[in-house]
Design a protein around this ligand. Structure first.
Ligand SMILES: [Zn+2]
Length: 341
């Protein structure tokens, strides 16, 4: 195996103590990180990369000065509170943790000199908006990194497969010529409620925003079919692909919305691996709040390394029209192939 095709994982033991989620599930978030690193060391060969802290000014690529000041202020409050209406917490020292999380991606960018696949397990905060926290996300690290890469002259695509629509990512990058493909659970109400297929971007970003809403309760069969949309990434020919590989669509997740198994995340990894010849791949852990979260993350990485795994039986969607629905949506977007090439 060449060095280039090896996997890098950005890791700091502090990740097992950092959680921005609701108090009821903070312990789950921390347990997920502990379990992840244990499994990763058992099952994977990887280069461990120690993150360095980002600078406060890096946050300003996306966030307002007022909001960054607010994050610094709440970091001094000696007790736990909420940054928003009751989803995302603040706690003493949160500002340093935020800079470590963002610094993880920036550190990864430096290591792409040596590696083609790098994973940031504690990252992929795709709900936060420029002026506020949302959905367990105090910042929007993915869009900050995407804009930094654009500044560096890179051509960027984002694949976001978390169970929840990446509303913050879509909003912040809506007018940017960054290909954004979002696969998520949707019924018009499920959090955050955004993600219609006709939200296609505007200005220079028109045609670059692709939403593939999976009916609630969709299983491995529908998810696997939805991955066909990723053919568009080949036509786009990005130098960097950011993948929010959120695992909260697993059937055993506490925030249940989909019926996926570890097989879906493994399929995703295998599919993304094919892009590794031409693009640098930066993966993020995204969401995941259940007993199978860590193994789902590992399954994704095993796919990225070209290994097919089978930890549990495949699931099939109850709604027989779901696959048909997804096929129609994919067909609608396939016309963009000429637009990109
Ligand atoms: Zn999520």
């Amino acid at each position: 195996m060449s060095f280039q095709s090896m996997l890098g994982i950005v890791w700091d033991q502090k990740f097992t103590e950092i959680a921005f989620s609701h108090p009821m599930i903070r312990d789950w978030s921390k347990a997920r990180m502990r379990e992840f690193i244990k499994l990763a060391r058992e099952k994977l060969t990887f280069v461990e990369i120690k993150p360095i802290y980002a600078d406060e000014n890096d946050l300003l690529l996306v966030h307002t000065r007022e909001y960054v000041n607010k994050l610094k202020e709440v970091s001094k409050i000696p007790y736990l509170g909420f940054l928003d209406d009751g989803d995302t917490v603040h706690y003493p020292g949160i500002f340093d943790d935020i800079l470590l999380v963002l610094g993880s991606s920036f550190t990864a960018i430096k290591y792409f000199k040596y590696l083609n696949f790098i994973y940031v397990p504690l990252g992929g905060f795709h709900h936060s908006l420029p002026h506020k926290a949302m959905g367990f996300c105090p910042i929007n690290d993915v869009s900050i990194v995407a804009l930094r890469l654009m500044e560096m002259g890179e051509k960027v695509a984002i694949i976001d497969v978390d169970a929840h629509h990446g509303n913050g990512l879509q909003y912040i990058l809506y007018n940017k010529p960054i290909l954004k493909i979002n696969i998520f659970a949707y019924d018009g109400h499920f959090f955050p409620g955004t993600g219609k297929i006709d939200e296609v971007g505007e200005g220079e970003g028109k045609g670059y925003n692709i939403n593939i809403p999976l009916p609630l309760g969709s299983a491995d069969d529908v998810f696997q079919r939805s991955l066909e949309i990723l053919d568009l990434v080949e036509d786009f020919r990005p130098s960097y692909i950011l993948v929010v590989a959120g695992v909260d669509g697993h059937k055993d997740d506490q925030l249940k919305s989909l019926e996926l198994t570890t097989n879906s995340y493994n399929m995703l990894g295998l599919r993304i691996r094919r892009f590794g010849n031409k693009s640098k791949i930066l993966g993020f852990g995204g969401g995941g709040y259940g007993p199978m979260s860590a193994l789902s993350m590992i399954s994704f990485l095993e796919g990225l390394l070209g290994r097919k795994t089978y930890y549990e039986p495949l699931t099939y969607s109850q709604n027989k029209y779901s696959i048909e629905k997804i096929e129609k949506i994919i067909l609608r977007f396939k016309g963009l192939s000429n637009f990109f090439s």
